[in-house]
Design a protein around this ligand. Structure first.
Ligand code: GDP
Ligand code: MN
Length: 390
């Protein structure tokens, strides 16, 4: 689960990681009130969306009057912000963070993530903060210095010092950096984070360290341990189809192609996407209806597929082991009766109650193309997506 910057900064503050003074607002009036309450005469207005690259995308504005805060809030609230991380649709801006500005002397990068291969939390720092860290990594990998944390002993002070030296901190800053890292690691561990990034972590004119940006991802599989954090979820930032899918217990991911797939089992779904590509097509989605699929769930899955306007053909690839083929067919028919389908549907059913399933589909009035075997199904659906029929 992604968090907003303002939510991440609230958690940072709870764990002793220094952040600028700021307030989250949802209206123009509140933006002006926040600026007045913060005082100072110069503020940063930051669009809260689940994506980075906001600075370059026009979502971070430095302003020096309350009127300018209002005008910026008016322009941003209700708009869609497009950055290189949001995709062409952009993400809706409903919340802003109004913050005190700081005078920056240096911009550092700080990140923590789970390295699955090493089975450790990796701490990464770079003196080249503020810019795209991916670019830094590609151009000059040695500009990023890492330490691996042993889970049994946790982050050690000597590791913090190593990292502080690597980015050229000295004197009191090393102590401050160690405190900051220790707090951040504690947050990472206690909140079951999978990624935290501070870019930039700045050294201010008064030589203090401050997290100017905050990116935090929590491990979905551990959310049950943090019932309160589910309140932090912001559905407006999520793909609507993927959200509706997860509510129905379906594993669905939107992709760029035009061939929709409905498959049972993640492995078979992956193989299905591979075969579609092998035959020159592009999958429109990944969809695993799971082993315990009910007719209702299949119907929801089929409706999800049909809600995607770019879909030109559908491939149903089911291996009926635990799930029964006739039950899948029943779900498809149910969905078709509710929403109507005129797209070609290629069906490959194998296994339990395959004949019953086929009979149900044949009687459904759908434009069904039956396939014998996996490769045949992929070839036929690619052909159908090009309007050539089978
Ligand atoms: P991102 O582009 O989505 O990663 O958003 P950031 O929060 O990193 O903001 C983008 C950039 O705005 C930062 O790298 C800073 O250079 C700049 N910025 C943000 N807050 C301040 C501030 O208080 N003072 C100054 N001078 N610059 C800031
Ligand atoms: Mn940033």
């Amino acid at each position: 689960m992604h968090l907003h910057e303002y939510q991440a900064k609230q958690l940072f503050a709870d764990y002793g990681v220094p952040v600028p003074q700021g307030r989250m607002v949802e209206s123009i009036q509140d933006a002006a009130a926040a600026a007045k309450a913060l005082g100072g005469g110069r503020w940063v207005v930051k669009a809260q969306v689940h994506a980075g690259g906001r600075g370059k995308g026009g979502g971070v504005k430095l302003v020096d009057s309350v009127e300018a805060v209002e005008n910026t809030a008016r322009a941003l609230l209700g708009s869609k912000l497009r950055t290189r991380q949001t995709g062409s649709q952009g993400l809706p801006v409903h919340r802003l963070l109004i913050e005190d500005t700081v005078e920056i002397t240096r911009e550092l990068y700080l990140g923590m993530l789970v390295d699955r291969a090493r089975e450790r939390v990796m701490v990464m720092v770079s003196a080249s903060g503020g810019m795209d860290i991916e670019e830094v990594a590609a151009r000059d990998p040695r500009a990023i210095v890492t330490e691996a944390v042993h889970p049994a002993v946790g982050l050690q002070p000597y590791q913090c010092r190593n990292l502080a030296f690597a980015v050229g901190l000295a004197g009191d800053q090393i102590r401050a950096f160690t405190r900051l890292l220790t707090g951040l690691y504690r947050l990472f561990e206690q909140q079951d984070a999978s990624l935290v990034e501070i870019n930039p972590l700045v050294v201010t004119a008064s030589a203090e360290l401050l997290a100017l940006d905050a990116k935090l991802e929590l491990d979905d599989n551990a959310l049950y341990r943090h019932p309160h954090t589910s309140d932090l979820r912001d559905p407006t930032q999520e793909d609507e189809k993927e959200r509706s899918a997860s509510e129905h217990g379906l594993n669905y991911i939107t992709l760029d192609g035009d061939i929709a797939c409905m498959v049972n089992g993640a492995g078979l779904a992956m193989a299905t996407m591979d075969l579609i590509q092998l035959h020159g097509g592009e999958p429109a989605n990944f969809l695993d209806v799971g082993g315990g699929a009910t007719a209702e769930r299949v119907a929801e899955a089929f409706k999800l597929i049909l809600a995607d306007a770019k879909v030109r053909a559908i491939l149903v690839n089911i291996f009926g082991g635990i799930v029964r083929c006739d039950l899948i067919a029943e779900g498809i028919v149910q969905a078709v009766q509710e929403v109507g389908v005129d797209l070609p549907v290629v069906v490959r059913l194998e296994g339990t109650n395959r004949e019953e399933g086929k009979a149900l589909l044949a009687a459904s009035g759908l434009n069904i193309i039956t396939a014998e075997g996996f490769s045949d199904a992929a070839a036929k659906v690619v052909q159908a997506s090009r309007g050539a029929g089978a």
